[in-house]
Design a protein around this ligand. Structure first.
Ligand SMILES: Cc1ncc(COP(=O)(O)O)c(C=O)c1O
Length: 266
């Protein structure tokens, strides 16, 4: 997709629909075609009998927090099934409970053929995974593909412990709850401060779009001990820890209110 982000290894960088990340790392892997996100007509126009897969993020996070529409995902799944094209979801940011479901695709009532996971997968231990349906996994047999550190016991133990903790401690429901609470707080700030154009996202993956450059705002928050991340355009991304509580959200909202009042007076 245009505006996507899939990582820094050469094939995922090639699949990334933002030129700025590719500069200096050429040549890219060939064979990727980019279409606008959430545009089914563009996608229909781009696929052919040579298309093997469609790859997308349920929420384009790095790209500015754009959520895939439900109708788009439904049609995309129908089309890829009908044409025997794999649907691959990059759930590196949206997976492991962050959006209020264990995986982002669950919001859409569909299932992908392949998904990638990382980030929260190992609770900070560096690990990633590709999860796929049997039909896809059958294309691999032992020895087809490998990596020096692939499947190492420590990483696997971190993943198992993380999955158990997420499930046993009700983290997914908490993400949905706290995400809704944070979203409500942000909506109230949007009502009050006209330079906030939009608040969007799902669960604990939220973006705030401003009418001005967000660089100084990110610095203001940093000075107050809050780390925000500037996404593409005038958007800041909020990706708090999955275990954040209401008390911490209240502290954040109080700080945000103070900084936005100051911004209003500028
Ligand atoms: C959506 C998404 N996919 C994949 C990745 C993995 O990137 P990397 O290869 O840099 O670890 C990231 C990292 O930020 C990401 O946000």
């Amino acid at each position: 997709m245009e505006n996507s982000f899939h990582g820094r290894t050469i094939a995922t960088l090639s699949a990334t629909g933002q030129r700025k990340f590719q500069v200096g790392f050429e040549p890219m892997v060939e064979g990727f075609t980019f279409v606008p996100f959430n545009d089914m007509d563009a996608l229909e126009g781009a696929v052919s009998e040579r298309t093997c897969a469609v790859l997308l993020e349920p929420i384009q996070s790095e790209g500015g927090v754009f959520v895939a529409d439900k109708a788009y995902m439904t049609k995309l799944r129908e089309m890829t099934k009908a044409r025997d094209i794999l649907l691959m979801l990059d759930e590196v940011q949206t997976g492991m409970g962050r959006t209020g479901k264990l995986f982002g695709y669950e919001h859409y009532g569909i299932e992908p053929d392949v998904m990638s996971l990382a980030k929260a997968l190992g609770s900070g231990f560096p690990v990633g995974a590709i999860v796929a349906k049997d039909r896809v996994m059958d294309a691999f047999e032992p020895g087809t593909h490998a990596a020096t550190f692939g499947g190492n016991p420590l990483a696997s133990a971190a993943v198992a412990a993380t999955i158990n903790a997420i499930l046993d401690e009700g983290i997914v429901a908490k993400c949905a709850d706290i995400g809704a609470y944070l979203g409500k707080g942000l909506a109230a700030l949007k009502q009050k401060f006209p330079f906030i154009i939009d608040v969007r996202g799902m669960g604990l993956l939220l973006g705030i779009e401003f009418s001005m450059d967000v660089g100084p705002i990110v610095q203001d928050f940093l000075a107050e001990g809050v780390i925000l991340y500037a996404s593409k355009g005038n958007v800041v991304r909020l990706l708090p820890p999955l275990i954040i509580g209401k008390e911490e959200v209240d502290i954040f909202l109080e700080i945000a209110h103070k900084i936005f009042e100051r911004q209003n007076a500028r």
